[in-house]
Design a protein around this ligand. Structure first.
Ligand code: PCA
Length: 326
C-alpha cells in the first residue's frame, strides 16, 4: 500500500512537470491534415505517428487532426510556417499560384502513371525543397493520389459534352483546365463534396477513385471516365525551428519514419487505384474507357496549359522539365 502510494506520487510529480514516465523532453505535436480518417493518406499518417511514438519510446507524440478540423486546408501551410503547429499535411498543388513548381504534378497529361509520377517527383523535389526551405519549412514525405478520373451525370464523348457544367475543383491548375474546356469551376474541399453535389452547387468533378469512393459518388453521379489525367501529391512538412528543438535521436526517428511512410504511401496509392475503382463499379457507377476523341481534346488543352506553365515558371520550370524528360 505504502509502495503504491509513493509510486502514485512520483507519477503525479513527473506528469505535472510535463515529463511522464521519466522522459525529460517528452513532446506532443499537433498535426493538422485536410482529408478524412478513412482516406489512405490519413491512414498512412496515423501509422507514421505510431512509428514515431514507438521509435522514441513515447518521447514524441504526434496528434493527428484530420479533415481540416484544426486548421482549414488552405491555412495548414501558413500554420506550420508561423509555428502555430510544428507539422502538417496539404495538397502540394494547392500552392500552384505561389510558384508554378508546386503545381507541376497537376499539369494535365504530363505524368499520368506511377512510374512517370516518381520521375517527375525526382525532378520537382529539389526545387520544392528549396522553395519551402526559404519559408522555414522542411518536407518530410510526399505521397501521390491515384490517377485522376472524370465523374459526371452523363456520358462524356468529347470535350464539347463538358461545356457549361458546374465543375468541382481543388486547385488553381484544375480550375484553369475546367475553364479551358468550357465548364464552370467551383472550389470544394473533400469533406464538403457530398453536400456540394446534393445542393446542386456542382455537377461534375475530376478526382481519384479514392476520393470518389470515399465520397460515395454513386449517390449523386452516374459515370466514371478513366481519363488518368495526372497523379497529384500530398506533402507533409515540418517547421524547421520545431524540428531543431528535438534531440538528435528523436530527429533521426522522425526522418526514418518519414522515409518508411513515403515508401508505404506510394504502395498504398497503387493498390487504391484498383480497389477503389472496383468499389465505384460495385455501387453502380458506370466505368467508361474514354473515347479517342475525348482524349484528343483533353490532351490538346493540357498541351496549351504546359506551354503557359513554361512561360510563367522561368528557370526552375525549365530545369524540372528537362530533368523529367531526360
Ligand atoms: N483527392 C483530392 C485531391 C486529389 C484526389 O484524388 C481531392 O479531390 O481534393
Amino acid at each position: 500500500m505504502r509502495l503504491l502510494k509513493s509510486f502514485g506520487l512520483v507519477m503525479t510529480v513527473c506528469a505535472a512537470a510535463g515529463a511522464p514516465f521519466g522522459l525529460a523532453n517528452a513532446a506532443t505535436w499537433d498535426m493538422p491534415t485536410p482529408y478524412p480518417d478513412k482516406t489512405f493518406h490519413t491512414v498512412n499518417i496515423n501509422q507514421f505517428a505510431k512509428d514515431v511514438d514507438q521509435a522514441t519510446g513515447g518521447g514524441l507524440t504526434i496528434k493527428v487532426h484530420s479533415a481540416g478540423s484544426l486548421f482549414k486546408h488552405k491555412e495548414i501551410k501558413s500554420a506550420v510556417r508561423s509555428g502555430q503547429v510544428p507539422i502538417g499535411e496539404f495538397f502540394l498543388g494547392l500552392l500552384a499560384n505561389e510558384h508554378p513548381a508546386f503545381g507541376i504534378d497537376t499539369q494535365p497529361f504530363l505524368a499520368t502513371n506511377y512510374d512517370d509520377a516518381a520521375r517527375l517527383w525526382s525532378a520537382q523535389s529539389p526545387v520544392v525543397v528549396k522553395l519551402l526551405e526559404k519559408q522555414g519549412l522542411q518536407p518530410l514525405f510526399s505521397v501521390p493520389w491515384p490517377p485522376q478520373g472524370l465523374y459526371t451525370k452523363k456520358e462524356i464523348a468529347s470535350v464539347e459534352d463538358l461545356k457549361g457544367l458546374k465543375f468541382r475543383t481543388y486547385n488553381p491548375t484544375l480550375a484553369q483546365f475546367v475553364k479551358l474546356v468550357g465548364a464552370a469551376p467551383t472550389q470544394v474541399q473533400v469533406p464538403d463534396i457530398p453536400q456540394a453535389f446534393s445542393t446542386g452547387r456542382v455537377e461534375a468533378m475530376i478526382t481519384s477513385p479514392s476520393t470518389g469512393a470515399n465520397s460515395k459518388a454513386w449517390d449523386f453521379l452516374s459515370h466514371y471516365t478513366d481519363i488518368q489525367a495526372w497523379v497529384p501529391k500530398n506533402i507533409v512538412v515540418v517547421n524547421k525551428r520545431a524540428f531543431r528543438k528535438l534531440d538528435a535521436a528523436t530527429q533521426k526517428a522522425v526522418l526514418q519514419a518519414a522515409r518508411a511512410a513515403e515508401k508505404r504511401g506510394w504502395q498504398m496509392s497503387r493498390a487504391e487505384t484498383a480497389t477503389k475503382t472496383a468499389i465505384l463499379k460495385d455501387n453502380g457507377l458506370k466505368i467508361v474507357a474514354p473515347s479517342s476523341e475525348l482524349m484528343k481534346g483533353l490532351r490538346a488543352v493540357g498541351a496549351a496549359m504546359l506551354k503557359d506553365w513554361q512561360k510563367s515558371s522561368a528557370a526552375e520550370g525549365a530545369s524540372i522539365l528537362s530533368a523529367y524528360r531526360k
